[in-house]
Design a protein around this ligand. Sequence first.
Ligand code: ACO
Length: 428
Amino acid sequence: MSNKATLEINGNTHELPIIAGTENEYALDIKSLRSDTGGYITLDAGYKNTGSCESEITFLDGEKGILRYRGYSIEELAEKASFLEVAYLLIFGELPTNKQLERFHSDIRKQSLVDDDVKKIVDAYPRFAHPMGVLSSLTSALTAFNPSSVNVDSEEDMYNAIVKILGKFPVLVAWTMRKKQGLPLGYGDNTLGYVDNLLKMMFEKPNEEFVHNKIIIEALNKLLILHADHEQNCSTSTVRIVGSSHAGLFASLSAGISALWGPLHGGANQAVLEMLEDIKADGGDTKKYMAKAKDKDDPFRLMGFGHRVYKNFDPRAKIIKKSADEVLGDLGVEDPILEIAKSLEQEALSDPYFVKRKLYPNVDFYSGIIYRAMGIPTDMFTVMFALGRLPGWIAQWREMRLRKEPIGRPRQLYIGKTHRPFKSIDKR
Ligand code: ACO
């Protein structure tokens, strides 16, 4: 097979090197296209055909429904690993030994205090502020409280920044939720596991003992793992591009949180629940909403269905669907919302419109239901997603900096007015 592609423009041929990945994927290297062709660029709105980097972190095959972190299948990791093991794997490339994991967790614990003055910032937000906006700005504020910049040539510096954010982020997540609920802002219990501690920080009440529930801890562990990375999606690309200007880790992560907020990305899990609530309030007629989703004159889309990359099925949705059944069964939750979700799923899976367009339930379809059963408010769902995605963002940021990637700066094709003379205001 040739390792070059030939491009012909106005009778001139140009050779483009073909680069192969490790999973039989191929890319045309267009690095010198513009200079070689006298100004031609490629145009690819939404970047559906554009690779922004070479990466060793996550492999996914949307057609086959495959997702692997550093070569390990998502099914195996969700079944057998802890969230922190997966975080270590994503960031440093290998599964940790017991000793490495213990050190990693201990270093994270040491960083789990957030400057008490940050509480003043939390207090200044109105109760109705959206938690994603609060989380994004608190993450950015951490930069002010931890001003030392990361020397990417120092492994130690990189490591310290990473354990710092992994230690402080769950505290910010818990404070974001508790502020809205009028609960006191405290700190966790460093004798607990990472996920158990997070749940305690979120749900502990000052006047009652916190009850640890193994099924909920396991389900949340799984959910966080499933969300931990997804290669060059919108928020991850944002983190990489912000970091490419050598902005700090926390600032890059804060931008990633904002990107995740949108309903076409991480905000979809909140949008799913709101949609299910609307359907319930409207009498629970799922067929009516199926018809709306298919009507081209109606902007309504079935939230939680379809995926930019998975055009077969979302492997994470399968794992999470099982978890949803377990959590609801254990908690004895009989939720009409779940019944509506199941009806929509059944109808969509056999509906020619959805089948033809390969629109399957995605990970957000079920995650919202589990979060709801756990007692997490709807507007906190995307915050939970952000916590899960944190190791992926860190891993991608670290890789980008270690590979010394250039600043991200796309081109454009200008289609506006050509040069014209200025008209003074009295002549317009
Ligand atoms: N409901 C109804 N129709 C849909 C839906 C949907 N949820 N999703 C796509 N379609 C239709 C489109 O109208 C289009 O139809 P057409 O070919 O007749 O014009 C066709 O399917 C393809 O849609 P695109 O928007 O081109 O697909 P794309 O891959 O660009 O978008 C996306 C993927 C944004 C996820 C889309 O499916 C969507 O809006 N889904 C709902 C929101 C959602 O669940 N987002 C979560 C994504 S997962 C995540 O971020 C973790």
